[in-house]
Design a protein. Structure first.
Lengths: 337, 397
């Protein structure tokens, strides 16, 4: 009971602090830079311009402070730490980078990450597109989409447990409790250790993320497909195009941009994958990925800051093209506002 | 010339495909439905299996697949009979009677045996002879009787070992949930998760709402540069922030505290929040803000009285987004709450259990489902807003 009370107080303090800042700072601004007013209500000297030039900064200050402390400064600091030793005290030049290049774990992680980003975004998007197209033709579209989309609400940890149970292994001859090995044995095969068998296990781990991300791809692509004008489809039918032609020649080109956005969004998520590997294998059996490897070095023996920084930067470098692309796209759109 | 060619081609194409189109459509009608059902089944079965399993009796769960959860399971067990102290004399015979089961066990015994590997040596109710020459029988409800013509010797003080194979009727129970909530610390972790999630959802919304209003409708220097930075931060991986922020937290003793976690989550959620709300606010008509300004309202009044109520759909979308993100997060919690603080959120607790009790599926299934319950509830009741938030961020350009 005490814990719940503490929690309620904590929540009120956290949220109340927020309200107090915005309301309070604006109150202060309005009262300390108030217009000089005569008793009859006529304004002698308006300070509205001063107030309104300060107010934007009051509005954005908390956001700017948080973004600077939690995202901007750390990006620079991580780069800085990557040239220092485990405790960030002694300058070691490019030692950490050399270490990474020669390190087996790092190499495995990079290779696996490449495999992840090559497979997961593509399969998720392909499945999402297929399901979006199929669901469009049935009356139970909403229900079908709900079921496919549901994994998006589940944590990576929860999803990992769900799939560990699907992959569960019992010895040969014993009744299997995992669905996949039940299927394998009822087809006459031997039970397989899905999680430890290299390189199959990497793919089994990717399936978890594909299972989660397909729903995202489906929802976004479904919305895009529905926005393809009916007239276009009718016209191509009149011209004698069959279903496949309509799909590949008319619909796909119309949603090509959305497909690109979906693939890159999933790609960025995939690049950072961490929880799934941590829970399923903790990087054993050749399943290491950069996200998990960074976490490992971050706390190993009290923290190897230099090495972990290099691994984090590797992930960052991989996202740079998307960062550039995002900014360009934003600037293009801003011009048309 | 070429126009005529194309026209004839098109007409020919139309006539040939018209017949094949109908067949394709007929096959397609079933094809579409069967494929879609298959996708739905594959996507649902893993979660469904976990849910069913979490409700099963833990002994049954360990020996049979959840798809068999409605048929009786076969389990084996063993026990010992009473000793010489329990023997009674009856009609000139010496008898030891009792039940082989622990209290509460209500299995149906199929067969039994008197050696370690002999669970199917004798049918239930049949007579067996022990190595000491006594007559032994065990009925299907677990009652045994051991008879001897001579008195049992004084050194018969450990009883007779009995192994058996039994059928258990399907049993569904909430015991697994009771165990994880109570004994495995999932209950405390649940409360912690709530304490972390609520402020970590509300704080960034408030901050982002004010900031995106300023970006959308106020004029100030650096506006475009700052906004572009926010957009860039959308894709910056979290991993890049962990080490420096952890160093700051360590020096200010913020590590392992809830406020530390709230602010970290708020900051990491901000770029998306500002971006989503900014996109929404710029779609509102300029006139309403300008006319309010002419009436003498300050930007603060306009924001609170006019814009906030209008922004409810966008705010709701982000709220769900951030709520699910924080609730489901493991990395930020692991790094900034830390295992050492003794407090853990649900994802941390489940990960911990996965390490120590990973093969005890009655614990893992129930624990995993507890972490999923709230997100699934939120998801199914507010799916509309969630989808809208997702598509707003992506279906552009």
């Amino acid at each position: 009971m005490g814990e719940i009370l503490e929690a309620v107080v904590a929540i009120f303090l956290g949220v109340g602090g927020m309200v107090l800042y915005f309301w309070g700072s604006n109150w202060v601004l309005d009262n300390f830079l108030a217009d000089s007013v005569l008793p009859d209500g006529s304004v002698v000297k308006s300070k509205a311009n001063q107030r309104e030039s300060i107010r934007p900064w009051l509005f954005i200050l908390p956001a700017i402070v948080l973004l600077t402390v939690y995202l901007l400064y750390p990006a620079v600091a991580t780069l800085y730490f990557s040239f220092f030793d485990a405790d960030s005290e002694a300058f070691v030049g490019i030692d950490n980078y050399e270490w990474a290049v020669g390190n087996d774990g790092f190499r495995t992680a990079v290779i696996n990450n490449v495999a992840w980003i090559a497979i997961v975004p593509l399969l998720s998007t392909a499945f999402g597109l297929i399901i979006a197209v199929l669901a469009d033709r049935v009356r139970w579209e909403a229900a079908a989409k709900s079921l496919i989309f549901m994994p998006m609400a589940i944590s990576f940890v929860g999803a990992s447990i769900i799939w560990r149970f699907v992959y569960a292994l019992r010895g040969e001859g014993q009744p299997q409790i995992g669905v996949l090995n039940e299927i394998a044995t009822s087809l006459g095969g031997s039970p397989i250790s899905w999680v430890t068998k290299v390189p199959l296990n990497n793919f089994m781990l990717m399936i978890i993320l594909i299972w989660i991300q397909t729903g995202f791809a489906m929802v976004v692509l479904s919305a895009a497909l529905k926005s393809v004008p009916d007239e276009t489809l009718e016209a191509s039918k009149m011209d004698g195009a069959n279903e496949f032609q309509i799909f590949f020649r008319i619909m796909i080109p119309q949603v090509a941009n959305t497909i690109a956005v979906v693939i890159t969004t999933i790609l960025i998520t995939t690049l950072k994958v961490f929880d799934i590997v941590l829970v399923m294998t903790n990087g054993q059996f050749d399943t290491e990925v950069l996200g998990n490897y960074m976490f490992f070095w971050m706390f190993r023996g009290g923290g190897e800051t230099g090495k972990a920084s290099v691994i984090a930067l590797t992930i960052m470098v991989a996202t740079l093209p998307f960062l550039y692309y995002n900014i360009r796209r934003f600037q293009r759109e801003e011009k048309f506002r | 010339m070429s126009t005529i060619d194309q026209t004839t081609k098109a007409t020919a194409g139309a006539t040939t495909s018209a017949s094949s189109f109908r067949i394709g459509k007929l096959l397609g009608w079933w094809g579409v439905r069967i494929t879609l059902v298959l996708f739905c089944v594959v996507w649902t079965v893993p979660t469904f299996g976990l849910l069913i399993s979490s409700l099963r009796d833990k002994d049954q769960l360990a020996v049979s697949g959840w798809w068999n959860s409605l048929i009786p399971t076969t389990t084996t067990g063993q026990g010992r009979t009473g000793t010489v102290a329990d023997a009674i004399e009856e009609d000139g015979m010496y008898v030891i009677r009792g039940t082989i089961f622990q209290e509460g066990d209500n299995r149906n015994i199929d067969s039994f045996g008197l050696t370690a590997a002999g669970t199917s040596d004798f049918e239930a109710g049949a007579d067996a002879t022990t190595t000491d020459g006594y007559t032994f029988t065990l009925d299907s409800s677990g009652n045994y009787e051991m008879r001897s013509e001579e008195p049992f010797p004084e050194d018969f003080d450990r009883g007779q070992r009995v192994v058996f194979s039994a059928q258990t009727n399907p049993r569904f129970t909430l015991e697994n949930y009771e165990e994880v909530l109570d004994a495995q610390g999932i209950g405390d972790a649940f409360i912690n998760t709530v304490v972390v999630t609520i402020p970590a959802t509300i704080i960034p919304i408030a901050i982002a709402a004010f900031a995106s209003y300023a970006f959308a409708w106020m004029k100030f220097p650096l506006r475009i540069i700052l906004l572009t930075m926010v957009v860039g931060m959308l894709v910056v991986p979290l991993q890049l922030s962990l080490i420096p922020v952890l160093k700051i937290y360590n020096s200010f003793n913020l590590r392992g505290t809830f406020p530390g976690l709230w602010i970290a989550h708020s900051a990491f959620g901000l770029p998306l929040a500002v971006f989503l709300l900014y996109n929404y606010l710029t779609t509102l008509p300029k006139d309403i803000i300008e006319s309010a300004q002419i009436d003498g309202a300050s930007h603060f009044d306009i924001f609170v009285r006019l814009i906030l109520p209008l922004s409810v759909p966008a705010l709701a979308s982000f709220t769900i987004f951030q709520f699910l993100w924080v609730w489901n997060d493991l990395l930020v919690a692991l790094v900034f709450l830390g295992a050492s603080s003794g407090e853990s959120v649900l994802t941390m607790a489940v990960r911990e259990l996965n390490g120590s009790r990973g093969e005890d599926w009655h614990i893992m299934t129930a624990a995993a489902f507890v972490t999923m319950a709230v997100p699934l509830l939120v998801f199914f009741s507010l799916q509309r807003y969630f989808v809208r938030g997702l598509t707003a961020g992506s279906v552009k350009g």
